[in-house]
Ligand binder design. Structure first.
Ligand SMILES: NC(=O)c1ccc[n+]([C@@H]2O[C@H](COP(=O)([O-])OP(=O)(O)OC[C@H]3O[C@@H](n4cnc5c(N)ncnc54)[C@H](O)[C@@H]3O)[C@@H](O)[C@H]2O)c1
Length: 256
């Protein structure tokens, strides 16, 4: 018996990084996974990886989830494939970082659209399905950047969007209780993915300075975040809602 047996899990951004790791982990724990991504080839590769490992997964790609139409298309496709929604894992995001005065208004709006609006649209599309099911689990990926400024790269739009995701999680917790819907936020620190590889793999990059301030002295791996998400998706977390759980090696808990 898997911990997620019988659950239909919608995971966004399954083409790479933590979304791919979550698809693999959730399916290994028994969930039926419905993914999506902007990148069709990458999405197809993840579906093949999950299927070859004996799991059940389908995905909609290419799909831009940062619109009402995209989010509804995703949820409708999941429901017609697998009959309902038990878990909504809002993982996908795209962002623009940089020094404050070098970012444009367009960079700000792009980041808000692809990190905050994307969660709003996905939640609104999936909510009636979660209610119809009699409850479920929403997992929102925020970031320690929602709580702390960063000096190695300017992250003002990103931190602002993720702060919004954190606040949204509390309101979803309040609205969802009466329907049996739980909503929790994950706050990753530095996790190795294609998005962060440019900093982590850069021999002249900020990695030594970052690692020096992380109590556990390393960056995290995508599968570690996937396991936390699988726990929050499962009935083992049945009394956990409104929580914000950092997975950062202690990075966000100590002064530099
Ligand atoms: N990697 C880290 O260190 C870190 C730290 C804190 C928070 N996070 C958050 O964790 C989540 C996953 O991060 P990651 O590093 O795996 O990211 P990533 O960039 O490696 O992967 C994100 C995936 O989402 C897809 N995607 C982006 N926008 C989309 C859209 N509009 N519609 C559909 N698909 C879309 C991308 O194509 C990509 O496959 C993100 O929410 C990110 O902000 C990451």
């Amino acid at each position: 018996m898997g911990r997620l047996d019988g659950k239909v899990a919608l995971i966004s951004g399954t083409g790479r990084g933590m979304g791919r790791a979550a698809a693999i982990e959730f399916a290994a724990q028994g969930a039926v996974v419905f993914g999506c991504d902007l990148n069709e080839a990458a999405s197809t590769e993840t579906v093949a990886l999950v299927t070859e490992a004996g799991g059940t997964m389908a995905a909609l790609a290419p799909l831009n989830l940062s619109s009402r139409e995209g989010a509804h298309a995703w949820v409708d496709a999941a429901v017609s494939s697998f009959g309902g929604v038990d878990v909504l894992y809002n993982n996908a995001s795209a962002l623009r970082n940089g020094p404050l005065m070098e970012l444009s208004d367009e960079d700000w709006h792009f980041t808000i659209a692809n990190e905050l609006d994307i969660v709003w649209f996905s939640v609104r599309a999936a909510w009636p399905e979660l209610v119809r099911r009699g409850g479920g689990s929403i997992i929102n990926v925020a970031s320690i950047a929602a709580r702390l400024g960063a000096r190695f790269v300017g992250q003002l739009p990103h931190g602002s969007a993720k702060g919004g995701v954190l606040a949204m999680t509390k309101h979803l917790c309040a609205a969802g209780g009466q329907h049996g819907i739980r909503a929790n936020a994950i706050l990753p620190g530095l996790i190795y993915t294609p998005e962060t590889a440019r900093y982590i793999d850069d021999p002249d990059g900020p990695l030594p300075a970052i690692l020096a301030r992380i109590p556990l002295g390393r960056y995290g791996q995508a599968h570690e975040v996937a396991r936390l998400a699988a726990f929050l998706a499962s009935d083992d977390a049945a009394f956990i809602t409104g929580a914000e759980i950092a997975i950062d090696g202690g990075d966000g808990s100590v002064a530099a």
